[in-house]
Design a protein around this ligand. Structure first.
Ligand code: TXA
Ligand code: MG
Length: 339
């Protein structure tokens, strides 16, 4: 299959809508990362998404809508917490898990009786949904296990020959995927952190929310998994990444004692000059937002540089940094050394 990359124009957006209506899969930009969109009500379109990504069938997809009316039939009920979150943060980078409605096909939700829904704020994603009137399911547009794509080129690298069309909307704003929160129980639980933080959600709901076990540490496989996505290997470049927790001084001492071939240091912008080793930076130490924006590109850059061994500086674990930390520990296969 030939894969076209087109800039967003009247024609290309109409083409994307048409492909979606015909049960095809199209890559679209969102404010978080690029998504691989297909009609959430069409089992054959959903199968094409799973195949294009090489995604395990038991990992459910997120359904994207353009207005609240579209929720009808996608969810069977809107819990109070979900309503408050939607009013406050939609359109925007938060996915709310609610009881599943019967319009959405079972394979979209991997057989679960819940569904994750979000209303993207990206104008192109929004336009495609409202023009096609298709609530599309869209996972991140990477091959399963690779870092999520934050520009059209990175989508192309992974999806060439697998999908007919990529709409090139430039770089994604957030850079990490949406916050995923379940509102199925009385105490909402964050299954995946994002740029809408725990603190923002607690303020909105005026109550404590939980963080799922797998978010800040390795998921233990014999426990019940709330979000199937938690248990899979994620965001991993070819290199072996190890996160070193400690001061910059301790970090430098450690890497100097462990130098080897094709070794890189992944550090914050301000620290670049502290190393003689090759470095890849992922944003300013003072800007978690920038770290989120740059992280996935930095991980892909490591592959492009043929890095084999990488030592990474550790982000914080609260606020937006929780999302950065959550992605980085997965990219590192949970190899973390406390210095
Ligand atoms: O920002 C995003 O959310 C992007 C863009 C394209 O919208 N999409 C995205 O999708 O990141 P994906 O498929 O890569 O990640 C969806 C996550 C997975 O970890 C999945 O397990 C979880 O959401 N999820 C989806 N539906 C769920 C459900 N009903 N219950 C629990 N977890 C769910
Ligand atoms: Mg993904």
């Amino acid at each position: 299959m030939e894969t076209q990359i087109l800039k967003p124009t009247e024609d290309s957006i109409n083409l994307a809508c048409k492909l979606l209506q015909n049960g095809e899969v199209v890559a679209v930009p969102t404010e978080t990362v690029y998504g691989l969109a297909g009609d959430s009500t069409n089992p054959s379109a959903i199968q094409k998404i799973f195949t294009a990504k090489g995604r395990p069938q038991d990992n459910p997809l997120i359904v994207h809508i353009a207005n609240m009316d579209m929720l009808d039939g996608i969810v069977s009920k809107i819990p109070d917490d979900a309503k408050k979150l939607a009013e406050t943060f939609w359109p925007g980078p938060i996915t709310i898990i609610m009881p599943k409605g019967n319009k959405v096909c079972d394979s979209t939700c991997a057989g679960l009786n819940s569904v994750g829904v979000r209303m993207p704020s990206h104008p192109i994603a929004h336009e495609i949904i409202s023009r096609s009137r298709i609530a599309f399911a869209a996972p991140s547009a990477n091959l399963s296990g690779k870092p999520s794509p934050t520009n059209a080129n990175d989508v192309y690298t992974d999806m060439i020959g697998r999908i007919p069309l990529i709409i090139d909307g430039g770089e994604c704003d957030a850079g990490v995927e949406s916050t995923v929160i379940s509102t199925l129980d009385d105490t909402p639980i964050i299954l995946r952190p994002g740029v809408i933080t725990k603190e923002m959600i607690e303020t909105c709901l005026n109550k404590k929310v939980d963080i799922a076990k797998g978010v800040l540490e390795k998921h233990v496989s014999d426990k019940k998994v709330l979000s199937p996505g938690i248990k899979y290997k994620h965001y991993a470049p070819k290199a072996n990444i190890t996160i070193l927790k400690g001061t910059l001084e301790e970090f430098k001492k450690y890497v100097d004692m462990h130098t080897c071939d094709n070794m890189f240091v992944m550090c914050f912008d301000e620290e670049k000059d502290a190393f003689v080793l090759p470095t890849i930076t992922y944003g300013s130490i003072t800007s978690p937002q920038e770290q989120a924006h740059r992280l996935f590109r930095a991980l892909r850059e490591l592959d492009e540089m043929h890095a084999e061994t990488v030592y990474a500086r550790c982000p914080e674990t609260t606020g937006i940094s929780m999302a950065v930390y959550n992605r980085l520990i997965r990219a590192a296969g949970f190899r973390i050394i406390q210095l």
